[in-house]
Write a protein that binds this ligand. Structure first.
Ligand SMILES: [Zn+2]
Length: 325
């Protein structure tokens, strides 16, 4: 992992710091094993005063991303994660992203946003970047459906799997990037790269969870730092505190609870609607529509935020027929 010291979205140095731990599962599964001395136990959650972005100072390297997502939610992933996090159940592992109600909600939401923005134009091709088996791609009639997925999940019938953007025969009308940006080390670079996948007048739909960690009040930051230090000196204590952190977060319902702290896990970036807007802007995209809605994901029923964006600068002139003569 590498450490960054300025904002990954706006480059500001005006950052506040909150002590955090690296989840034991992540150390073992993605970082090469807790026994290795160079594998970090502590991280810092940074909050940017300028763009509202929350993110960890530690960023995954390409090989760590590959280790984390190649067999995502497969047997080894589940066994190790359940070992460190006993409340991470088989049912949750196998159902996540497979529940028909949450698939339908996502598909309907994306389709409604795109249809409203498009007017009479039709979508002829869609790429779901990081889209699992392609089950979340909305039903645009006759549209070619592609999925680019780093895990080894086979695509659904009718969905073509590509392993790189260059494998697309031509740019697509719509790229979906849902629940990906919170995982990646450089969100702005990914958004910039995706411009090559979208044709003229095409769209990008980005969706992120609104699940920013609850930060301690200023008076508690030093206490929290001592507590993080104490916990991370003892492997068994780290595992115990880590294992109960998710239920505590659920029960806390938005409040900060003493003796809890953020843990670096798969999510390393936490967006507010404003921070996502800034990130899209930096990646060269222009937002045209947005929607916040509830997305059921088992234990953590959470709110998600979706933005539809284009490469083109939206026209500022009134649409034909509505302007002055
Ligand atoms: Zn910033």
């Amino acid at each position: 992992m590498r450490r960054i010291t300025s904002c990954l979205v706006c480059s500001s140095d005006d950052l506040s710091r909150s002590p955090a731990i690296v989840a034991p599962f992540i150390r073992e599964y993605a970082l090469g094993g807790a026994g290795r001395p160079e594998v970090p136990t502590q991280a810092v959650l940074l909050t940017c005063a300028s763009c509202e972005m929350d993110f960890y100072d530690l960023r995954y390297d390409d090989d760590e991303i590959a280790a984390l997502y190649a067999g995502y939610r497969g047997e080894r992933y589940f066994a190790l994660r359940h070992h460190f996090e006993p409340l991470y159940t088989r049912k949750y592992n196998d159902n996540n992203g497979r529940e028909s109600a949450s698939i339908d909600t996502r598909k309907r939401t994306v389709q409604a946003l795109v249809t409203e923005a498009l007017g009479n134009t039709t979508i002829t091709s869609v790429l779901d970047f990081g889209g699992d088996a392609g089950q979340f791609i909305p039903d645009f009639e006759g549209a070619a459906r592609y999925v680019l997925e780093v895990s080894d999940v086979p695509p659904e019938p009718g969905v073509t799997s590509v392993s790189r953007l260059e494998e697309l025969e031509k740019p697509v009308d719509l790229v979906i990037l849902a629940h990906v940006l919170e995982h990646v080390s450089d969100p702005v670079a990914l958004l910039t790269e995706l411009m090559t996948a979208v044709g003229d007048g095409g769209y990008l739909y980005v969706e992120v969870p609104l699940d920013r960690p609850k930060l301690p009040p200023p008076w508690a930051v030093r206490l929290q730092a001592s507590w993080v230090k104490t916990v991370t000196c003892n492997t068994r204590l780290t595992v115990a505190v880590d294992a109960v952190s998710t239920p505590v977060r659920v029960l806390a319902r938005g409040r900060w609870i003493p003796f809890t702290f953020p843990r670096l896990h798969e999510h390393i970036n936490f967006f507010s609607p404003g921070a996502l807007a800034r990130t899209l802007e930096r990646g060269g995209w222009h937002a045209v529509a947005q929607k916040q809605y509830d997305h059921s994901t088992g234990l953590l029923g959470l709110s998600v935020f979706g933005v539809l964006a284009t490469r083109e600068v939206p026209a500022t002139e009134p649409p034909a027929g509505q302007g002055s003569p």
